[in-house]
Design a protein around this ligand. Sequence first.
Ligand SMILES: Nc1ncnc2c1ncn2[C@@H]1O[C@H](COP(=O)(O)OP(=O)(O)OP(=O)(O)O)[C@@H](O)[C@H]1O
Ligand SMILES: [Mg+2]
Length: 265
Amino acid sequence: MKTIAVVSPVGGAGRTTLTVALAGLLMARKHAALAVECDPRNVFTFYCGLRTPARRGLVSHVVSPTDDWSDAALETDDGVLWLPWGGARGDGRGPDAETAAAIAAVLHEQPTWLRDLLARIDLPGHGVALVDTPAWPSVHASQAIAAADLVLVVLPPQPLACATLPRLRSELKALGKETVYVANAASPASQLHTDILTLLRDALGAELSVYRVHADTGIPEALARNENFVQAAPHSQAAHDLQGLASWLSNWIHAAHQPAAGAKA
Ligand SMILES: Nc1ncnc2c1ncn2[C@@H]1O[C@H](COP(=O)(O)OP(=O)(O)OP(=O)(O)O)[C@@H](O)[C@H]1O
Ligand SMILES: [Mg+2]
């Protein structure tokens, strides 16, 4: 199984949207797919059609040591497994202060906590875990990066994304992480977006994916209607972009499983 961390240096970049869409599209390309929410806002269930926050999930065993996170995943119609953050109480509120402190301590004291958990998940060889995160820097994003075989950085064409990108990029380089940068919600009609994409291309070169995802008002509308955007608007430019990105990732997963030339199988 390969792990892909979906991160950005700004909020609202489209990480959760891309995590969810790509998990479904990779499943359609015969990769067993697990979407993991490493985000304490615990909103994943809303993206898979449920209207209450998850009680069980990634942090289940921290909340209650007898609880097992491994069967807390939900399976969607397209066969994708979703592992929410979890921890909601019966009244929908988040964990109490003591539990929240215990979770924070685990994340800070065990930098490979997520990596160790994912290592125990048995997906077939070409399976993939896509890990959604809050904006970087955060201990949650760092956990996902530490677990990742590939980091997918989602960049909205906004000035703040350009301003914060160098710090994230140098951090990823220092960690030696393979990284691909993807522009999301770009509108060709916007001169600002066009200029920022030119800047990003100059700065990132081949690390900037050719599969930018265009802005499409159908994406938030599909979320509001509890629909799968790619299925609802398969001929839209944004769906086409997501298909291209999924194919690129599928090829990356296959290549990552190939033994290096000259190495013993
Ligand atoms: N390509 C796009 N075109 C139009 N709207 C988009 C696009 N991608 C995402 N959105 C919308 O932008 C909003 C933010 O997306 P999303 O929640 O995926 O971002 P995020 O990076 O996960 O944000 P957060 O920091 O809140 O976790 C959502 O309403 C989503 O529907
Ligand atoms: Mg999100």
